[in-house]
Design a protein around this ligand. Sequence first.
Ligand SMILES: [Zn+2]
Length: 314
Amino acid sequence: MNWPAQFWYAPGILDMMWRYLSLVTFVVAEVALLTLPIRSQQPRIQVTSDSHAQLPSVVPPQQSPSPGTNISQTPPSAPSEETPGLTVVLDPAHGGTDFGARGPTGISESDVVLDFARAARIALEAQRLRVLLTREGNQGPSFDNRSTMINGLRNAIFVSLHVSSSGPVGTARTYYYVFPSDRTPAISPTATTTTAPQTPPAPQTPGPQITARATLIEWDHAQRSSVDLSRQLASLMQAELLPRFRGSPEMPIAAPVRQLRTIAAPAIAIELSSIDVTDAKRLEQMAQPLAEAIGRAVGEFHRPLNPAASSAGR
Ligand SMILES: [Zn+2]
């Protein structure tokens, strides 16, 4: 379109265009800064899974959401041929200034669960599952940031890891979320809710295990859409933990675990006992059987419910 010269050279228009360009530059720089820590951690993911170097990369960097980034600015990419059917978001709980439980030797829960998550990631990547950690080091993302990380994904499950300060050493429990007022079938309108800091979760891929969500979901009640699947996942997990951690309960436990409430996907928390050991090696020795249990339970949960996943992109 040929605009009149006086229009182009009008000082007001030039000033407006300059401001617009400055704003775009600022936004681009801001997004780059926010995603920088996550991108810079990608090589660590590859390094950790060296033992599976023959496998194709299952963590496309452009699809790694940044917990601190508004998801609406970086919508999840459309599924591609290389994207496996399921993403497992492993959540080493606590972090940052929140050390979690502290043991007599000075060891902190936040460090132990990070080691657990790294071991579990290797077990899951061996199954060619895409794995993300809610923190790669001693960062301390908020509950909502961790939830945002998974709620922006299409087909994902969430496994939060804790170490208790009590309980028989060498036992493990799986939790799934139960709403305190779970007799009401619908979302309680009286609940104090936090406005979702993002767009509603994306509709699911054709996999049958997760119902498509076409309507807005209240952030504070996001888990309501996945309670049954979370319970199934928890049951599978506890069944795998039981033989590896003798003395553990046979069944998973329903509890209002805060982190799980705002997750619009199957979500569980695993808690091992306990940080109260005089020999830190006792905890180190739990990492491998825990990783095996997570790998097996997630595999069992994924396969029968989404048989197409085993043939797609593999
Ligand atoms: Zn904890």
